[in-house]
Design a protein around this ligand. Sequence first.
Ligand code: PHE
Length: 502
Amino acid sequence: MRLPERQLAVLEAASATDERTIDEIAAETGLKPETVTGAAFDLRDEGLLSLTESAAETVELTDEGHRYVDSGLPETRLYRAGLALDAADAAVSMGRVIGEADLDGPEVDIALSNFARKGFGSIDSGELTVDPDADPDSDPEAAALAALADGDSPAVDDGVVEQLDSRGLVDRGESVTRSVTLTDDGVDALMTGVEATETVSALTPELLASGEWRDVEFAEYNVEADAPTTQGGRKHVLRRTADRVKDVLVGMGFQEMEGPHADSDFWINDCLFMPQDHPARTHWDRFALDVDPMTDIPDELIARVEAAHRDGWGVDGDGYHSPWSEDFAREIALRGHTTSLSMRYLSGIAGAELEPPQRYFSVEKVYRNDTLDPTHLLEFFQIEGWVMAEDLSVRDLMGTFEEFYRQFGITDIRFKPHYNPYTEPSFELFGEHPETGEEIEIGNSGVFREEVTGPLGVDCDVMAWGLALERLAMLTTGAEDIRDLHGTLADIEFLRNAEVSY
Ligand code: PHE
């Protein structure tokens, strides 16, 4: 019989009468434990070894546990400080004892609650008395910490481990010990003689050139062997969702728009027929920037937008008849939606093709002065888009969303009539959260009014939308809080493991 070298070494180190652990065999053969494990699995599959596994609890000290091994448990330090200040005879102010014990921050509370629990003394109206008969030297928790620090976990009583665990001083886990014994076939094989073959783990150009590949034995991958988890870098789940959104929209025939994050109110609001006294345009909601106003806006366009606001546009248009200031229109703020990009593109200044039909999109950041909560951030990504064509209807709008969301496995979006100053009709979109079952708002959409398209010089229908990328990611990953996805509270485990569904 021929066996790869490492398997032969493991076979020879195994015994027919005694179980040997992987670690024992590793020590004897000089192979790494994971190599021995791999070989042992292979030998078991060939019927030459039998393999048993036993799981055992492991208990390890946390950083805080280690600190107390060095400096003593906070309650013990408190007790000794009390003794030193004669608190066995008369009550001493707690502040003095805490100072003497050199306790600080959260350790103070830890010391006080455990001091009382262990009966080291009593605390009354801010004064502390110690019980002279208490004996911190025989405290089982301190003894257990010391034993664990010495690597002697079997000596530690379960109840005490439980207590240390609840104090966050130990981490409990599980380890698996594997042992092997030679089977009868294994013994036979060794008696008849086994030869070692050299195994090759990678096919090299040299092996190919020399033709040697014909004679060597290739190592097989053992997909069952234990392997340490490695956490490599990976793209953030939101970025992956954004990339996926771009792929889907490009696949649907859309071209990408780009433009400034800080833009004039003209592009952010005025073009959208948002009255200048609209509540969303006050300083409460806008992130206004103290920079020079925007000068490079085409004059004719300003005149037409102003006319739409003052007197209306189209046969039935009446306008707002409210004040309109060109200076305000030129002021700069962080964009609260990326519909500013749609306006720039539809106006022709961005050099877009404007012969219908046309489709454009962006997946870009927007900024709003909202209150932070599980579904709101001050900045988030909006999936903006518009389709320009003759005779668009609500069916086209709904069909486009259904097609888009279906690519993410979302087939149950719902529409609710809505109002926007710039679209008529308008719809909000809702999706059901996969974990909570709640309906969450995922977007806003509509067909641009003539007051918007007219001044821009567009004379056919344009349907448009702004969808929230984070909400889409919540639906596809099941995240329940937007702050799990980004920001300082983001859950690193979630980010490591979340999959973007395709
Ligand atoms: N600007 C809207 C928002 O931020 C989205 C939208 C864009 C709605 C275009 C209709 C048309 O909610």
